[in-house]
Structure formats: C-alpha cells, structure tokens
Design a binder for this molecule. Structure first.
Ligand SMILES: NC(=O)c1ccc[n+]([C@@H]2O[C@H](COP(=O)([O-])OP(=O)(O)OC[C@H]3O[C@@H](n4cnc5c(N)ncnc54)[C@H](OP(=O)(O)O)[C@@H]3O)[C@@H](O)[C@H]2O)c1
Length: 286
C-alpha cells in the first residue's frame, strides 16, 4: 500500500502522521517526538493552541534530518480569524517552528470571520508559503460556502472520525469534491469502548494485530489521513506498523456497522465558535 495520499493540487501527504495534542510536559514532548522520528514518522500535526510549535521546531532541528523530509501541519486558532489576524498568526507559527513554509495550514474551527481567513490562506498558497491549505471541523454548509465564494477549495478537512463516528455523509461529500478526509481522534481519543470492543478484538486476533492497529488500518483503507497521538514508545511503534496487513470487505463492513453517532470531543458548532466566547478568549490568547 502506498504510504502517501495525493491532494487535489498534486502534493503527496504521508497518510500516517503523528498527533501532538495534550502531551503533558516539555520533557515528555521532547522524548515523544524524538522517538516518533526515530521509528519513522515524518508528518507532525500541531496547532497554535497546543502551545508546542516551538518545541516541535527544536525537535526537528535536533534530529539533523533536512526540513524538507518533514510534513508539518499547524492551525490558526479561532482567535486568529479575520484577514489581518490570520496573516499574523501564520507568521508567528512559522517563527516558532523556525521554518520558511508550512506543508499544511488549517483553519482550526469555522469560527466568526473564517471566510476572510480563507482569503489569506489562498494568498499564502499562491505565494508558495503553504503547500496544502485546508480546514478543520468544517461541515458541509461551511464547505459549500467556500465553494460558492472562493477561488480555491480546501484540499483537506480534519474532523473527528473513528468507528463510532465515521462521518459517512461528510466523507462522501469530500470525496466528491476532492477534499481529503483527515481524522482527528482516530482512536476515539483512547476510548475503552473502542479499544476493548469485542468485534474489533476478533478482527485483531485474526490478523495478529492490536485493536488500535485494526482501527488505523480501517481509516487508511477509507483513504483517510490519520494522526494518532501517543507518548508511549511501544504504542508509537505499534501505530506505525499498519502497512503490512489488509482488512477484507466483510471486515470493513463489520466496522462500518459500529457507528453509534458518538462524538468524543467538541462539536464544530459548540462554544468554540461562539462569538462571545471567541472575544473572551482573545483576552487570554495572543
Ligand atoms: N482539529 C482538531 O480540532 C483536533 C482535535 C483533537 C485532536 N486533533 C489532532 O489529532 C491528533 C489525534 O487525536 P487525539 O490525540 O485527540 O486522539 P487519538 O489519537 O485518537 O487517541 C490518543 C489516545 O489514545 C492512546 N493511544 C494511542 N495509541 C494507542 C494504542 N496503540 N493503543 C492504546 N491506546 C493508544 C493515547 O495514550 P498514550 O499516549 O498513553 O499512548 C491517547 O490517550 C491530536 O494529537 C491532534 O494533533 C485535532
């Protein structure tokens, strides 16, 4: 199986990346990224709000591996929406990461003023400052708005996706519009319901793999980009060993039926995009 997926503009994106949300402290972060690079991950997913862009930049530099071999994603937070704010946020992010371009930059949530931010994304893309521009937590109505009002469609939408919440409708819409589906929380954020699910356990046993590996493989076979997070060396390695087996149609269908409609985290329409909340957050996040 090919380890990359091609975005609509021809850029190859490593289909397995590494999530960097909520890694406890600086020492753990450094050890985690060092281990991830050592076992072969080159695609890293950070965001301004995670507060670890500078640490990621340092870890990449320390690895001695050329910057071009990495695929670095970051995101503009809801307090950075609007034309000037998004421009400034992008520059800040590049400074912290110590890079001159980003492989991928996403609007983190469709908060107030996201259409203005999208104009900045288009300009930065045309200036070759970003290879792939995209969004996160966007629903069909947001993507339709951009389709009608922008020159360039997002190439990626990063959304909560796992067997309990497979996002079939949005997935089909994105396939039709050549917007790549990227899963955040691909393991249901470590949910025991998923990671100890008896049906997934049977499939895992059959393939001599772990349930986490089966779930990640299911994402890959749907054409989805995955960015599991782990700060445990054994699981970092385990999550990387998903290219040497395949699920058959019956198994894919069995997992498809595990859909319960359960989100494990914030809704794209929650407080995060409420204009009053965003205004308040601006007092604390710069
Ligand atoms: N765009 C957005 O709004 C958004 C929102 C959330 C996350 N994200 C991105 O998506 C990435 C992944 O999502 P996530 O971190 O929320 O959840 P996740 O990757 O689904 O799950 C992470 C949890 O699963 C555990 N885990 C990892 N591998 C495992 C394995 N093989 N077996 C058992 N447990 C395992 C981890 O624990 P250990 O560390 O102890 O292994 C951790 O508790 C984030 O890190 C972030 O980069 C984006």
């Amino acid at each position: 199986m090919n380890r990359t997926v091609e975005a609509a503009n021809g850029v190859n994106i490593p289909q397995l990346g590494f999530g960097l949300y909520k890694i406890k402290d600086v020492k753990t972060f450094e050890r985690t990224v060092e281990e991830a690079i050592r076992v072969g991950y080159r695609h890293f997913d950070t965001a301004k709000i995670y507060g670890n862009e500078a640490a990621l930049g340092r870890a990449i530099q320390k690895s001695g591996i050329p910057r071009e071999e990495f695929f670095i994603t970051s995101k503009a937070w809801t307090t950075d929406l609007g034309y000037r704010a998004t421009k400034k946020a992008f520059e800040q992010t590049c400074r912290k990461l110590n890079v001159t371009y980003l492989d991928m930059y996403l609007i983190h949530f469709a908060g107030p003023q996201y259409p203005e931010s999208w104009k900045v994304m288009e300009e930065l893309y045309e200036d070759s400052k970003i290879k792939v521009i995209g969004v996160a937590n966007f629903e069909i109505r947001h993507l339709e708005h951009l389709k009608k009002n922008s020159r360039i469609l997002p190439k990626v939408n990063q959304i909560e996706t796992h067997p309990e919440f497979p996002q079939h409708e949005l997935h089909d819409y994105m396939v039709k519009h050549r917007i790549l589906h990227e899963a955040w929380g691909p393991l249901g954020q470590g949910s025991k319901v998923l990671l100890e699910h008896p049906q997934l356990g049977e499939i895992a046993l059959r393939h001599q793999k772990s349930i986490a590996q089966v779930i990640l493989r299911w994402h890959l076979q749907r054409g989805i980009i995955v960015i599991p997070k782990s700060s445990n060396p054994q699981r970092i390695k385990e999550n990387n060993e998903i290219f040497d087996f395949g699920l058959n149609e019956k198994e894919m269908e069995q997992i498809r039926r595990l859909d319960t409609g359960k989100r494990y985290s914030v809704s794209p329409n929650g407080y995060m995009v409420n204009p009053i909340y965003v205004k308040l957050m601006k007092l604390f996040i710069r």
